[in-house]
Design a protein around this ligand. Structure first.
Ligand code: GAR
Length: 217
């Protein structure tokens, strides 16, 4: 029987879905008190779709390349999402820029994970950029999605040192492991109400955060 107080989320993906799998596992182990109502991809070959199907989660695919205008894609995506009446939209490797129209429909309720220590390295190729920039540290950030690309208020970050012999592959695989830990944590803090997004700020237990929570491993 579904617990009516459990929050519901639609997860959007574009690829392998390892973050999705970490969330599915956290739901199963009850670390994360969330119902993943559906998984939607913009790419039909996304391996994450199989992961969702294995967990008996409804899936669908709305291919972005069938729409010439970004706004029309977003309207179709919203229509599909609305079928599930989610409390949150969770972006887990969803490689599309959402229009302000889309974001405004779910203000403060769209969460993203990004593979860098934001505000450093928004956009793509973050691991290579961190190496090229000779950074000592790299990591990942869970943040609220706003119209500012990868610029919404950060919730949690995990930081790792960059090793001398790291390339973008070794670095991304170490960062990904941290992503799997911080995403479920950030979502559970939000769902439980311990963490709130109000007046454009993040509040933890009624105290305004001045920066993201840093998770150490
Ligand atoms: C993850 O590293 C995620 O942070 C990144 O895509 C990867 C998806 O992996 N997302 C972005 O770059 C969004 N701008 P996954 O499909 O195995 O979860």
């Amino acid at each position: 029987m579904i617990n009516t107080i459990d929050k519901r989320a639609v997860v959007l993906i574009s690829g392998g879905g390892s973050n999705l799998q970490a969330l599915i596992d956290a739901v199963k182990s009850k670390e994360l008190k969330l119902i993943i109502s559906a998984v939607i991809s913009n790419v039909d070959s996304a391996k994450g779709l199989n992961k969702a199907q294995k967990a008996d989660i409804p899936t669908s695919c709305i291919k972005h390349n069938e729409f010439s205008e970004r706004i029309n894609y977003d309207r179709a995506l919203l229509k599909e999402i609305e079928k599930y009446k989610p409390d949150y939209i969770v972006l887990a490797g969803f490689m599309r820029i959402l229009t302000p129209y889309f974001i405004n429909q779910y203000q403060g309720l769209i969460i993203n994970i990004h593979p860098s220590l934001l505000p450093k390295f928004p956009g793509l190729n973050t691991h290579q950029k961190a190496i090229d920039n000779k950074e000592k540290w790299h990591g990942c950030t869970v943040h609220i999605v706003t119209e500012d690309l990868d610029g919404g208020p950060p919730i949690i970050q995990a930081k790792i040192p960059i090793k001398k012999d790291d390339d973008s592959f070794t670095l991304s695989s170490r960062v990904l492991k941290r992503e799997h830990k911080i995403y479920k944590k950030a979502l559970q803090l939000l769902i439980s109400g311990e963490l709130e997004y109000k007046n454009k700020d993040i509040w933890l237990n009624q105290k305004k955060l001045t920066g993201p929570i840093e998770m150490l491993f």
